[in-house]
Design a protein around this ligand. Structure first.
Ligand code: NAD
Length: 500
């Protein structure tokens, strides 16, 4: 389907967003697919003020009724799943199976949030004083800003949005400047849900289009109670201190440098496909992409040869991500290609061998940046290996003992996703205990996650958790409340006597 067909099928009017400030390109062929206006400071200010207004109404709507809006939104997403998935693929270049997966993830989080809308449980706490009741209540937080990255142009917003809405908060979304069209369509689909729901306040959801300056305005505005920002560590390092300075809340989901340990006791038939999906899937452009392999030395050379054979067959599977047989689409843009080449040039200085890594030229789309994924054999974890390059580069290193493997594993600044392949229960449990990542998998790869678990990572990955489990608590404020129902003068805590 072409872009006009998609816009027609979803039938969202994009003309209010049109302008000459921002050219939106498809990463498939580099061609312009839309031209948009950037929100200026006054427009952003207006949307923040309107969000605060919406908050004052929405927080008083009972949570299960807020959930009903998300139930309708989930139904709308089911209806438009295919065209939205195609748009995701056209704009960011992930293969169509992953485009569909991204929209499915949005539907899944909507279902989760609907159930959650009846389960925003607090606590009853035993009081040390007679006739006192202590409770912990969770209350809506305030307007929430979501700043998102290009590689999950829809799902990351949905993870935040569905939970924030059932928790009683309006959301202002600043999508990546590389994927704003998907955001406009997602927002338009939500407006269809609003029309069906009928009674929601205006401006419950807003979209601001622009580059980092627009994000900065949201970050600096004290009316924004929580900034949930997904992107590079560089971005997190800029926004984290600014939010902290104004005592705002932040949820940071930043870069990863994810590794898989391959034990000599691994089931190699399980390990190989998982490593390939993790390292070359999404062209290495997932925060959870596999970037490092730590392989037991007794199988290192043999396993590397097997991987090399697999990598050498990949170029035949690279191409138009809309075609179902394609397994690897393009990089997002020329900048991503340049960053990949720079990292490979650096790696070359110490690597034993490099397979792939070049641009696939002469194809149907000269304006797209298609690359052969790179496999790098390297005996030590040098500085370049410790850096996240957002492209398909996989570094393979040997280890002797599991302790040494874990030392190499944890010796990077990031802490998002990790995995071990082993059939030995003791090794698996030892790995889970000592991996310093937010995600630690056994006999499955690092890439991707279900919405049911809390998603996020430690160290430079930012420490945030979003999506499932009790991540919803990020979008509410905790209140401890003590009530007294006796008739005598109430006791003071800690037995303090104060007879005035
Ligand atoms: P990026 O940091 O370039 O941009 C992300 C978003 O932040 C964009 O919307 C951008 O406009 C905005 N931004 C940038 N600087 C800002 C500033 N100073 N103030 C406010 N907003 C600012 O990231 P990208 O290239 O779009 O995405 C790739 C990165 O995102 C990778 O590092 C990847 O690992 C990370 N990522 C992390 C997760 C996660 O959940 N941990 C998920 C997806 C992507």
């Amino acid at each position: 389907m072409e872009i006009n067909g998609i816009l027609k099928e979803i039938s969202v009017d994009i003309s209010p967003y049109s302008g000459a400030d921002l050219a939106v390109r498809s990463s498939i062929d580099g061609k312009e697919i839309a031209s948009l206006k950037i929100d200026n400071a006054a427009a952003v200010e207006k949307k923040i003020a309107a969000g605060l207004h919406a908050f004052k109404e929405w927080r008083d709507v009972p949570a299960p009724k807020r959930g009903e809006l998300i139930r309708i939104f989930g139904d709308q997403l089911r209806k438009y799943k295919e065209p939205l998935a195609q748009l995701v693929t056209i704009e960011c270049g992930k293969i169509i199976a992953e485009g569909r997966g991204e929209v499915q993830e949005m539907i899944d989080i909507c279902d989760f949030a609907v159930g959650l809308s009846r389960q925003l449980y607090g606590l009853t706490i035993a009081s040390e004083r007679h006739n006192h009741i202590m409770q912990e209540n969770w209350l809506p937080l305030g307007p929430i800003a979501v700043i998102s990255a290009f590689n999950f142009p829809a799902a990351v917003w949905a993870w935040n949005f569905a939970l924030a809405i059932v928790c009683g908060n309006p959301v202002i979304w600043k999508p990546s400047e590389k994927t704003p069209l998907t955001a406009i369509l997602c927002h338009g689909i939500f407006e269809k849900a609003l029309a069906e729901y009928k009674t929601a306040p205006e401006n419950l959801s807003a979209l601001v289009i622009g580059k980092h300056e627009v994000g900065e305005q949201l970050v600096n505005d004290e009316r924004i109670a929580l900034v949930s920002a997904t992107g590079s560590t560089r971005m997190g390092r800029a926004v984290g201190p600014k939010i902290a300075e104004r005592f705002g809340k932040s949820l940071l989901e930043l870069g990863g440098n994810n590794a898989i340990i391959v034990s000599e006791k691994a089931d190699i038939d399980l390990a190989l496909p998982a490593i390939l999906f993790g390292a070359v899937g999404t062209s290495g452009q997932r925060c959870t992409s596999t970037r490092r392999l730590i392989i037991q030395e007794s199988i290192y050379d043999k396993f590397f040869r097997q991987l090399k054979t697999a990598y050498e067959s990949l170029p035949g599977k690279i191409g138009n991500p809309l075609e179902p047989e394609t397994l690897i689409g393009p990089l997002i843009d020329e900048g991503a290609f340049a960053a990949m080449q720079a990292s490979l040039a650096e790696a070359k200085k110490t690597a034993d061998e490099i397979v792939g890594g070049g641009r696939i030229s002469g194809g149907k789309f000269p304006g797209g940046y298609y690359v052969a994924p790179a496999l790098v054999k390297i005996s030590t974890q040098t500085a370049i290996v410790k850096k996240e390059t957002f492209a398909p580069i996989l570094y393979a290193m040997p280890y002797k003992t599991l302790d040494e493997a874990l030392e190499i594993h944890n010796d990077v600044p990031q802490g998002l996703s990790s995995a071990i392949f082993t059939t030995d229960l003791r090794e698996a449990e030892y790995f889970k205990r000592y991996s310093d990542c937010g995600i630690a998998n056994v006999n499955i790869g690092t890439s991707g996650a279900e919405i049911g678990g809390a998603f996020g990572g430690e160290k430079e990955t930012g420490g945030g958790r979003e999506s499932g489990s009790d991540s919803w608590k990020n979008y509410m404020r905790r209140q401890t409340s003590t009530s007294y129902f006796g008739t005598e003068k109430p006791e003071l805590a800690q037995g303090i006597v104060f007879d005035a």
